[in-house]
Design a protein around this ligand. Structure first.
Ligand code: ATP
Length: 291
């Protein structure tokens, strides 16, 4: 594991510079993101939020090394990212566990790929499973687990190789509201202990504010950075903080920013007095139901 207690993280600095990603389909091109610059400092928790289709997953996939930039660069600790690597753990919304492997074998997989001897990888996997309350399920198969447990295994598996960076793409998107809140608390506790850098994609504004040190709000496609907000809530975070005025104020600000972008993408515009531009097409009630 990368670090414990208050040891400051030294690695895991992500820098995205003027990143553009264009997809070429058969007879069209799609500019998914255009000129994105952002950073994640070592040990920082940063979220990306924005209207649907603004390129959040594309950006995360570029940092993971699954997609090459059309222009611009993505650096990890000063080195250009040239492909996937064990220095970056990835967790997706779909649990992506191997269904034919037990929980422990799933967690051991990355360690096996790194050539760690069997007894050592078994020891490491059991330690991580113990930290997340999953040790008694080590011999279960994924389809014997609840969604929240599967995603805990997914996170443990991503952390098993001691990455400097954890990349998470809507990891709790498939979970019910209660499980989601519990998972957020588990994640923030684990992150606080490990001090690794996290880049987290979500649609959920409360989730972004609750978990993050900073939040980047993206524009509608092609995605750019519309705003960067620092979250000043103290650590460790607790669920009671969601009732604090500064939490609520930040949620309102982000909601407004995303709403502006969603409207702009639909050809409308937000004014002091209300909505214009869309009303002739679908009427104010229609707009309210969309947003
Ligand atoms: N492989 C691909 N080929 C062509 N277009 C793609 C590809 N991947 C993504 N896109 C397009 O790029 C744009 C950005 O997609 P992306 O999934 O990154 O957005 P997102 O912000 O994560 O969306 P959502 O919030 O709905 O999950 C979309 O218009 C999408 O259709």
């Amino acid at each position: 594991m990368s670090g414990t207690g208050s040891t400051p993280a030294l690695a895991g600095h992500i820098e995205v510079r003027d990143l553009c990603i264009r997809f070429n389909a058969r007879d069209t091109t799609v500019d998914a993101i255009n000129g994105v610059s952002l950073n994640v400092q070592p040990g920082e928790f940063v979220s990306l939020i924005g209207p649907s289709g603004c390129g959040k997953s594309t950006l995360l996939n570029a940092v993971a090394g699954f997609i090459e930039p059309s222009r611009g660069t993505v650096l990890l600790d000063g080195q250009p990212i040239r492909g996937p690597g064990s220095d970056r753990g990835v967790v997706f919304q779909q649990y992506s566990l191997f269904p034919w492997m037990t929980v422990r074998k799933n967690v051991e997989f990355g360690l096996k790929m790194k050539g760690i001897p069997r007894s050592e990888r078994e020891r490491q996997a059991r330690t991580l499973l113990g930290l997340t309350g999953l040790l008694s399920f080590e011999n279960h198969y994924p389809d014997q687990l609840s969604g929240g447990m599967k995603q805990r295994v997914g996170i443990v598996r991503a952390l098993a190789t001691s990455p400097q960076v954890l990349l998470m793409d809507e990891p709790f998107g498939a979970l019910d509201a209660q499980t989601r809140v519990v998972m957020q608390e588990i994640l923030t506790n684990m992150w606080q202990r490990l001090r690794i850098s996290v880049l987290f994609v979500t649609h959920d504004i409360d989730e972004a504010v609750f978990l993050s040190d900073r939040v980047y709000v993206m524009t509608a496609r092609p995605g750019r950075v519309k705003a960067e907000l620092a979250v000043s809530l103290p650590r460790p975070r607790t669920s009671e903080m969601t009732g604090m005025p500064q939490f609520q104020a930040m949620v309102r600000t982000i909601k407004r920013l995303i709403r502006e972008e969603s409207l702009a993408a639909m050809g409308g515009e937000l004014t002091e007095s209300g909505l214009v531009g869309l009303s002739t097409e679908i009427g104010p009630q229609g707009v309210g139901s969309i947003l």
